[in-house]
Design a protein around this ligand. Structure first.
Ligand code: FMN
Length: 433
C-alpha cells in the first residue's frame, strides 16, 4: 500500500520520522515555471512549529526549509520537488525507557502488531512532526484557491465552549470568545499542573467557495475532506453542517430551502451530494487529549508484562493549536485538487497546457494501474504454483476479453485496440507468473 502518498491531482509523498535525520515531502505534477513560494511555505511552517505557546511542547525546532530538487532560479522546473527540514532537537535519550513498552494512547502497540518493528523515539512516523511535510506541500497550491477564505478555530476545549465567534480576537489557542478566554487559560494551567492533557472540537468555516466543487460518488468533497482531516494524528471524529444533530431534526427543519437569492439556511454545511453548493462550507472535527501525560498509567511491555508508566518527555497540553495549521494545509490540498478537476470539466479558459496536464495525469494513472496489475499477477502465479493449479486459463482469458470488448463499445473504443492491449498485458503477466 502506498500509504505515505496522497495520490491526487498534486501527488505528494511524505517521509521521515520524529527522531530520524529529516522530515520531508516529494511533490509531483507541479507545473514548470511557477515562482516557488518560499516565503509562503516558510510562514506556514512557522505557524506549525512547536514550542511557541504556554501549552505547547518545549521541543525547539528551527524547521528551516531545504529545497533538494525541482526548483531552479526560484522557479519550479516541472520535475519532482523534494523539500526537507532537519530534526535538530530530537533528544532521543528521553525515549530510551520506552523501548520495550507500549505508551497508552500512542500508536506503539498497533505499529508493533502490524510491522513487528517500529522507531519508538518520539512516536516515529506517527509523530506530529510528519505533518511538516503536508504544510510545506500546501504552500505550493495556495494560489489556486484565489479568494477562498479558510477560518479554523476551536469551539470547545474540555468543558469550555465558545458562545461567540470574534475572528478579530487573536491568541495562542485561536479561541474566538473573549468572554471566557481568561477562565479557559486558568483551566488549562490547572490541567498542565496536574501533568494531564485535554481534547476539544475545532470548527472550520470556508467562505467564498464556488458551487460545483467535488464529484459523485467516491470523490465527494465531504468524503475527501473527511479522509484528509482524519489522516491527521489525534483527530477522532468529523461532522459536516448540522452533523450528528441531524438525528434530532425533522425533514422540514433539516432541508436547506431556497429563494431567488440562494439558500435560506445552511444545515448541510455547504455540500450536498458531495458537491459544494456555494454556501459557506462548515465542518467540525474532534481532537483527542494529547496521549503523552505526566501521570502514571498502566500498560504492558513487548513480552506482555504489566508495568506502570509515566511520561517524562515534552508534550502539548492541548494539541489543537498545533493541528490548526495542519488542517488548513490538508484543506488547501483537497480544495486545490477539486478546483483543478473542476477546471477540466467546465471548459473555462482551458489552454493547451491544461489539456496536456490532464492527459499526462491519465497516462500516469494507466501506468500506476499496470504496475499494480503486474504485482497482483505475480501473486496469482505464486498462489497457483503453491496449489499446483495450471497457470494458463484460456477459458477465463476469453471471458475477460469478451467483457472488455463490451465495455469498450460504451466508450467508442475500437475492438482491435482492446484486443491488442489485452494480449500485450496478458503476455507480460504470463512472463511474471
Ligand atoms: C501536529 C501534531 C502534534 C502532536 N503532538 C503530540 C505531542 O506533543 N504528544 C503526544 O503525545 N501526541 C501528539 N500528537 C498526537 C499523536 O501523534 C497521536 O495521537 C498518536 O500518534 C496516535 O494516533 P491517533 O491519536 O491518531 O490514533 C500530535 C499530533 C499532531 C497532528
Amino acid at each position: 500500500m502506498r500509504s505515505n502518498s496522497y495520490e491526487k491531482y498534486y501527488g505528494i509523498t511524505t517521509f521521515g520520522e520524529s527522531h530520524g535525520k529529516v522530515i520531508g515531502v516529494v511533490i509531483e505534477d507541479v507545473k514548470p515555471g511557477i515562482e516557488f513560494p518560499l516565503e509562503r511555505i516558510r510562514n506556514a511552517l512557522n505557524k506549525r512549529k512547536p514550542g511557541k505557546g504556554t501549552f505547547s511542547s518545549a521541543r525547539k525546532e528551527k524547521d528551516e526549509l531545504q529545497i533538494l530538487s525541482g526548483v531552479f532560479d526560484g522557479k519550479t522546473t516541472g520535475m519532482p520537488i523534494c523539500l526537507i527540514v532537519y530534526n535538530e532537537d530530537a533528544r532521543s535519550k528521553d525515549y530510551e525507557h520506552l523501548k520495550d513498552l507500549f505508551r497508552p494512547g500512542h500508536a506503539d502497540f498497533s505499529y508493533f502488531k502490524k510491522f513487528k518493528i517500529y522507531d519508538h523515539r518520539g512516536g516515529g512516523r506517527a509523530s506530529g512532526r510528519e505533518t511538516i511535510s503536508r504544510v510545506a506541500a500546501s504552500g505550493l497550491v495556495e494560489n489556486i484557491l484565489k479568494d477562498i477564505q479558510i477560518n479554523i478555530y476551536p469551539v470547545k476545549i474540555g468543558k469550555f465552549e465558545t458562545t461567540q465567534t470574534d475572528l478579530s480576537f487573536q491568541n495562542e489557542l485561536s479561541w474566538r470568545d473573549k468572554t471566557n478566554y481568561k477562565n479557559l487559560i486558568e483551566y488549562l494551567n490547572n490541567i498542565k499542573n496536574e501533568g494531564n492533557s485535554i481534547g476539544g472540537i475545532v470548527e472550520v468555516k470556508i467562505t467564498n467557495i464556488p458551487a460545483g466543487l467535488g464529484d459523485p460518488v467516491f470523490e465527494k468533497l465531504d468524503a475527501n475532506l473527511a479522509k484528509a482531516i482524519l489522516s491527521i494524528g489525534a483527530v477522532k471524529g468529523i461532522e459536516f453542517g448540522d452533523g450528528f444533530c441531524f438525528a434530532a431534526l425533522k425533514g422540514d427543519e433539516a432541508n436547506d430551502q431556497m429563494n431567488k437569492k440562494g439558500f435560506i439556511t445552511n444545515h448541510n454545511g455547504g455540500i450536498i451530494g458531495g458537491i459544494s453548493t456555494g454556501n459557506d462550507l462548515i465542518f467540525r472535527f474532534a481532537v483527542k487529549p494529547t496521549p503523552s501525560i505526566n501521570i502514571t498509567q498502566k500498560t504492558v511491555t513487548k513480552d506482555n508484562k504489566e508495568v506502570e508508566f509515566k511520561s517524562h518527555g515534552r508534550h502539548d497540553i492541548c494539541i489543537i493549536p498545533r493541528i490548526i495549521p495542519v488542517a488548513e494545509a490538508m484543506i488547501k490540498l483537497v480544495l486545490s485538487d477539486a478546483i483543478s478537476h473542476q477546471k477540466l470539466i467546465s471548459n473555462e479558459n482551458l489552454q493547451l497546457s491544461d489539456y496536456r496536464e490532464a492527459i499526462d495525469k491519465i497516462d500516469e494513472d494507466i501506468l500506476t494501474a499496470l504496475g499494480r496489475r503486474q504485482k497482483i499477477s505475480e501473486l496469482i502465479g505464486k498462489v497457483k504454483r503453491e496449489n499446483k493449479i495450471q497457470i494458463e486459463d484460456k477459458e477465463r482469458e476469453e471471458e475477460l476479453l469478451t467483457r472488455l470488448k463490451q465495455k469498450a463499445k460504451l466508450w467508442n473504443i475500437d475492438e482491435s485496440l482492446v484486443t491488442n492491449i489485452w494480449n500485450n498485458i496478458l503476455s507480460e503477466s504470463k512472463k511474471r507468473q
